[in-house]
Write a protein that binds this ligand. Structure first.
Ligand code: CP
Length: 325
């Protein structure tokens, strides 16, 4: 028997409540993803993208259709007015509309709002205060969920958890999140969020990265940090690869290493417990992961991406149930 949970927002692991109940609900949803198709009748989801997306856009839209919702998608940088986001600015530049008017207007046309807004790497405080996402929460008047914000990507992490639960062969698998090189500086949202969700489980969770790539300690929590990647991989059941730019101090948003010895290939995978390979995608082949690993029999990146539809369906269902109360 599943204990039904409603939600008013979904921006972090805290909003999902009991993880076991959430995973059970996801498994139930997977058996019949149209079971709640009446729940979203005459309800409208507005998806706001400040940044590009393939998986989040498609899976969240599909999830909304599973629940019978109408969907509006707005790409802020394609077809909308350019938006000023700073308060107090004299708006004599190229941005004709302020977010503080745009957000409540957007709220007029929908019942639930999803927002994708990445870290900008101009200011760590601006990014880590989740300035854009919090303005939507404050001014839209509607339940808001993150479709990847500056510091977290909870829809991805929920799908990752569902995937691990499906593939694990022991109650407490060893899950290793590894940094890997990338030609561009990437936000910490995915690794932060993955760490936050893994720390909420009872898995053995290890983070490995070159020195200088320490994540915000609030996300690292009690995870073990191992700077020797080969040592970290020993006996692992799941390898979760991701690049991120530096978080600490004046190096915030910088690339500190391009060391291709951190690229996940058969050398590292050989010391694991025949680990499954995971990545949120998109992935740069032969930077993050070698062809032979991502194409190999233990790569579960496609089922992981498929579970994005399931995590989004559960989250939207709970947000729809939250509209009632
Ligand atoms: N993993 C993920 O969020 O993919 P997109 O950036 O394509 O949405």
């Amino acid at each position: 028997m599943i204990n039904r949970v409603s939600m008013k927002q979904f921006i972090s692991v805290r909003d999902i409540g009991d993880l076991k109940a959430a995973v059970d609900e996801a498994m139930e949803m997977k058996k019949d993803r149209f079971k709640y198709v009446e729940l979203g009748r005459n309800k409208t989801l507005l998806m706001i993208f400040f940044n590009s997306s393939l998986r989040t856009r498609l899976s969240t839209q599909k999830a909304a259709y599973n629940l019978g919702m109408n969907v509006i998608v707005l790409d802020i940088n394609q077809g909308a007015w350019k938006l000023e986001t700073e308060r107090g600015v004299v708006m004599d530049g190229d941005k004709p509309e302020h977010l503080l008017e745009a957000i409540p207007v957007m709220g007029c046309y929908c019942d639930i709002i999803g927002v994708r807004s990445f870290a900008r790497f101009e200011s760590r405080d601006y990014d880590y205060n989740e300035t854009i996402l919090n303005q939507f929460i404050r001014y839209s008047g509607k339940p808001v969920f993150s479709m990847e914000a500056a510091t977290r990507h909870p829809l991805q992490s929920f799908a990752d958890l569902i995937t691990i639960e499906e593939y694990k062969t022991k109650p407490r698998p060893k899950v290793v999140m590894t940094w890997a090189p990338h030609p561009r500086p990437l936000p910490q949202a995915v690794p932060n969020s993955f760490a936050e969700w893994m720390n909420a489980t009872d898995y053995e969770f290890v983070i490995t990265h070159p020195r200088g790539y320490e994540l915000d300690p609030r996300f690292v929590g009690d995870a073990k940090v191992e700077y020797d990647q080969m040592k970290a991989f020993e006996g692992a059941d799941f390898i979760y690869a991701k690049n991120w730019a530096a978080y600490m101090g004046d190096n915030y948003g910088q690339i500190l290493s391009r060391d291709r010895s951190w690229t996940v290939d058969s050398r590292q995978m050989s010391v694991t417990n025949n680990a499954y390979f995971m990545h949120c995608l998109p992935v740069r082949r032969n930077m993050i992961v070698a062809d032979e690993v991502i194409e190999g029999p233990r790569s579960i990146v496609i089922p992981e991406a498929a579970n994005r539809e399931i995590s989004a369906t559960v989250v939207l269902k709970r947000l729809l149930e939250g509209l009632k109360g």
